[in-house]
Design a protein around this ligand. Sequence first.
Ligand code: SF4
Ligand code: SF4
Length: 357
Amino acid sequence: MTKSPVFFAPVTPQAPLEELCEALARLLDKSRLLDRLPSSGRIAVKMHFGEEGNAGFVRPDLVRLAADRLAARGAEPFLCDTNTLYKGRRTRCEEHLVLAREHGFTLERAGAEPVVPDDSKPENVIEVRPGGRWIQTAKLARVFAQAQGLLGIAHFKGHLVTGFGGALKNLGMGCASREGKLAQHSTASPIVDPKACTACGACVEACPAGAIRLEGEAALLDRGRCSGCASCLAACPFGALDVDWASGGRTLQEKMAEYAKAALDLQKGRCAFLNFCVKITAECDCLANDEARIAPDVGILGSEDPVAADQACLDLALKAAGSDVFQAAHPGRDGSRQLAHAESLGLGWRGYDLLRV
Ligand code: SF4
Ligand code: SF4
């Protein structure tokens, strides 16, 4: 079996921030992982800035350790995420950036500025053909193509649809434009909640395909005409349009792996990944609450291979928990599908050599 090296800095089960900072510094020093990235030009540090009220996202003090090392090598790191499909403070660029700064992602605290591209503008979106089973043309934020390298920083945790999420999810879903995110959800078209709809007509105005009309007291969506562009999701001021989050777990994982391949195709050989396998929760950092841990903190992992990094996190988290806590939290969701499909696409290997530092 082919194996990739995965560096691992273990921590104690409820590791405080100070201990995490020491572990990350050790990992970066011993692995020299950041030396694999270009030493000049802009490096995209792909982040999740955390939804308002969420406490699982990777702290700015930790991000700073990586950003400072990139800058010391001569590169210009910037912290980057894309807007979400769901309604929250990360739906639109302006508010997303305000929230990122509130969470400490500033030059002063995190060592680099946050960037959230406006993917409603076509010039900010790039199309890539990953050559997979489901996705003919992936739509990603162009900013990831314009950078000279990519450092993925992911919080490894559970997820409602994909079972768990780490480096692959941070790449596949996280680098996609809003339209690309919607394409990864199997039903592609949004759904209308007639109880929340006020028939204000904002979605009708926003829809470029003429796929929505007002009928009676609510908006009505014509799936046959809908192109899945997701413009209406951002336009609705009442949260009455949403994605069918519970559907299509297996297919979505495969589509997500194909989007991850598209993102990697933009930065071949110029990527590194840090997975924070700590504060492991049942749900992702898009939820607006401070969720309880479902497994003890494991540590920080680093690799050039996102598949191996996620597989190692999964194995270590399940071993630390003593049972399959992700299956228990989301019965019927087998998150390992994303790893198998990513391996079949050539993104990396599920086999790994764990190198403790
Ligand atoms: S996703 Fe796009 S095409 Fe479909 S209804 Fe919404 S705005 Fe119209
Ligand atoms: S924008 Fe929202 S509230 Fe307004 S008509 Fe469309 S679905 Fe209903």
